[in-house]
Design a protein around this ligand. Structure first.
Ligand SMILES: Nc1ncnc2c1ncn2[C@@H]1O[C@H](COP(=O)(O)OP(=O)(O)OP(=O)(O)O)[C@@H](O)[C@H]1O
Length: 363
């Protein structure tokens, strides 16, 4: 009969694993409950998102240590980007927006659901704003699936300047920050609502954005609590909702619009992505998804329609190769469309209020 692992044997073994700060894992107080099911051991290490990279080696060592115990059939250790709920809430309350006095407008690019091309649109709109002569930053707040490192082919890590301040990484003249720069792609991370907010707070507050006309925030897809809180806390001057023409996506897009309405963020407009298909051989346009749905919906809802972007190989290829079409083929129809959409967004912002100052919390 093989030995059965117990919590005690697992904990005893984990005492030999050290955190980057030199503490043993048990004393460090970052261990979750240990679950043992049919000889398989599961637990999490709660770490600040910025330290996730440093903790990846610790996670692996913890897994290997537990797997080596007699009777253990398997071990799964995940990093959870965690902070004490109260702490995260306090951080969020301490007003997202502190320290970004040089940023004139923060806008969100959002979608009611994933996979509609939100990040591709956010990147190309940012570069469109830049091509129109503005100073622009792009914050990839899509902590669940950060795409900016891939879309802009950035593999370097941001530099730490001064006390806990990160320098944004500049690419094609665009200043960017992404949780993907800080965490290895394969690092398993579980994000909890309050943590998403505090990660966003840090990326807004603790990054040396400098003087910007617009900071574009690529939001996590969906309309859950985390998105709602972010929309509420990030002092947004406006939001752009990306949708595909299919009905389902439009239902989701409507949820997105509703979310911004609830938190009094003006919707600058809807972008219809993958709207129609242009045959690369003959140039014929086919409305495979019933193009025009978003425009009709926008009209019905009294929201500006910012434009329709075709489903096109060139957009996908350039996007996935880290050379967005606005910079790699500025003379193309697509690049022109993105610049026009960017211009409409900027015009819509002209009337909007600039970023509010910090909300001071007295405890
Ligand atoms: N107009 C377009 N034409 C062709 N391909 C596109 C277009 N827009 C986006 N894509 C492609 O669709 C895929 C999904 O796009 P993207 O990652 O921007 O979506 P997303 O909505 O941000 O997704 P997620 O919800 O996963 O973050 C990518 O491969 C991208 O290159």
């Amino acid at each position: 009969m093989p030995d059965t692992p117990t919590k005690e044997t697992v904990l005893a073994a984990l005492k030999s694993v050290r955190t980057p700060g030199g503490l043993d894992l048990v004393s460090a107080g970052i261990l979750s409950e240990i679950a043992i099911v049919k000889g398989k051991v599961y637990f999490a290490l709660s770490v600040p998102p910025r330290d996730a990279r440093a903790y990846e080696a610790v996670r692996r060592e913890a897994e290997e240590t537990v797997r080596a115990l007699p009777g253990v059939a398997g071990a799964t250790v995940v990093l959870t980007a965690d902070a004490k709920e109260g702490e995260a809430a306090k951080q969020a309350d301490a007003a997202i927006g502190r320290g970004i006095g040089g940023v004139r407008h923060i806008i969100a690019v959002a979608s009611g659901k994933g996979g509609v091309g939100k990040s591709t649109t956010a990147v190309n709109i940012s570069l469109g704003l830049l091509a129109n002569g503005l100073k622009v930053g792009l914050l990839d707040a899509d902590v669940y699936g950060p795409s900016v490192p891939r879309l802009l082919a950035i593999s370097e890590k941001p530099e730490l300047i001064g006390d806990n301040i990160l320098a944004p990484i500049e690419k094609f003249g665009l200043k960017t920050m992404s949780i993907g720069f800080l965490v290895e792609e394969e690092t398993p991370m579980i994000w909890r609502g309050p943590m998403v907010i505090s990660a966003l707070t840090q990326m807004l507050n603790d990054v040396a954005w400098g003087e910007l006309d617009v900071l574009v925030v690529d939001m996590p897809p969906g309309t859950g609590d985390a998105q709602l809180t972010m929309a509420q806390k990030a002092s947004l001057a406006g939001a752009v909702v990306v949708s595909t023409p299919q009905d389902l996506a439009l239902i989701d897009a409507r949820k997105g619009l509703e979310m911004f309405k609830r938190v009094n963020v003006p919707v600058l407009g809807i972008v219809e992505n993958m709207s129609f298909f242009v045959c690369p051989k003959c140039g014929e346009q086919s409305d495979i998804f019933g193009h025009g749905g978003a425009e009709n919906e926008a009209r019905k809802l009294g929201v500006p329609f910012l434009g329709a972007l075709p489903l096109h190989m060139a957009v996908r290829e350039t996007s996935d190769a880290g050379r967005p079409i606005v910079v790699s083929d500025p003379g193309s129809t697509h690049a022109k469309l993105y610049r026009e959409i960017a211009a409409s967004i900027w015009n819509g912002l002209s009337g909007a209020a600039t970023v509010k100052g910090p909300k001071i919390v007295i405890e």
